[in-house]
Design a protein around this ligand. Structure first.
Ligand code: CP
Length: 306
């Protein structure tokens, strides 16, 4: 049985299969409408979510399956002190596959050890968010036409942003990727990512503080929200929250075919005026998340099209 806990749990060829299947689902969704008939997905969300939980649920419903679960720790027996290990032992009797989001790094990994059904990490603390990475890769492949030969700017909270950590981990396996890391000093990527991922893989990267200076070089700009929930004090959050605001003026520095991605939710870091720019693709990106999760569920349940 396979779980998806880290983006590196999938080889490059498995990633390609998932993205290709997602592409086929987009072309002919009807072909997949009943492939998970009789199967159940449990969504175990100990932390808030709009896109990830609901796109997982939409994905399973689109495949003809059913969904059950909880959307906050408070509405589960975690509030009474139940461990993740005990919870997943029980849920394994109720569902065929589960997606888990948890504020503690490593909680979905623990669940996978005690589970008898596939466990998908739907975001663990500031660590990883592998299904957002699948969403991001599908978006880049479809809208940019390639997953190599790209200069990618990551901007905002690179310290706590798990979507950034996961996507960097996944992208180092593709050819000719240049990383431009744009953040204040306090929100730089963690040292392990710099040393054990970027430097260990000899990836070209630079760390800068001014977005406008690097905009003309970028093929993709991956904006991120400053992660209020991960800060130890509110003062630091307030000081850093508006470090970068992408607006129409800054977009003038960008290439005509540069794409702006954002895992969402967005707070202030992208002005609403950018939404109408054809290069702003973050709402399309959220839509692709449903198709790639349909593909992932099929792969983990080893379900074939009818
Ligand atoms: N991108 C993402 O994880 O969004 P949610 O927190 O709404 O699930």
């Amino acid at each position: 049985m396979k779980h998806l806990i880290s983006p590196l749990d999938l080889s490059v060829s498995e990633l390609k299969e998932i993205l290709n299947l997602a592409g086929d689902i987009i072309k002919d969704p009807q072909k997949y409408a009943n492939v998970c008939h009789g199967k159940k997905l449990a969504t175990l969300f100990y932390e808030p979510s709009t896109r990830t939980r609901l796109s997982f649920e939409a994905a399973m419903l689109n495949l003809g399956g059913s969904v059950l679960g909880f959307s906050s720790a408070d509405s589960s027996s975690a509030a009474k002190g139940e461990s993740v290990a005990d919870t997943i032992r029980v849920i394994s009797n109720y569902a065929d596959i589960c997606a888990m989001r948890h504020p503690k790094e490593g909680a979905p990994l623990v669940a996978s050890i005690y589970s008898s059904i596939p466990v998908i990490n739907a975001g663990d603390g500031g660590h990883n968010h592998p299904t957002q990475t699948l969403t991001d890769l599908l978006t880049i492949q479809i809208l940019k036409g390639r997953l190599n030969n790209l200069t990618i700017g990551f901007c905002g909270d690179l310290k706590f942003g798990r979507t950034v950590h996961s996507l960097i981990n996944a992208l180092v396996r593709y050819d000719n990727i240049n990383f431009v890391l744009i953040s204040p000093d306090e929100l730089k990527i963690p040292a392990y990512l710099r040393e054990e991922v970027l430097e260990a893989n000899r990836m070209p990267y630079k760390e800068v503080k001014v977005l406008e200076n690097v905009m003309p070089q970028l093929d993709l700009l991956y904006m991120t929200r400053v992660q209020r929930e991960r800060f130890f004090n509110e003062e630091d959050y307030i000081r850093l929250k508006d470090s970068f605001i992408l607006d129409a003026k800054k977009m003038e520095y960008a290439k005509e075919d540069m794409l702006v991605l954002h895992p969402l939710p967005r707070v202030n870091e992208i002005s609403a005026e950018v939404d109408n720019d054809p290069r702003a693709v973050y709402f399309k990106q959220a839509k692709f998340g449903v198709y790639v999760r349909m593909s992932l569920i099929m792969k983990l349940l080893e379900v074939e099209p009818c």
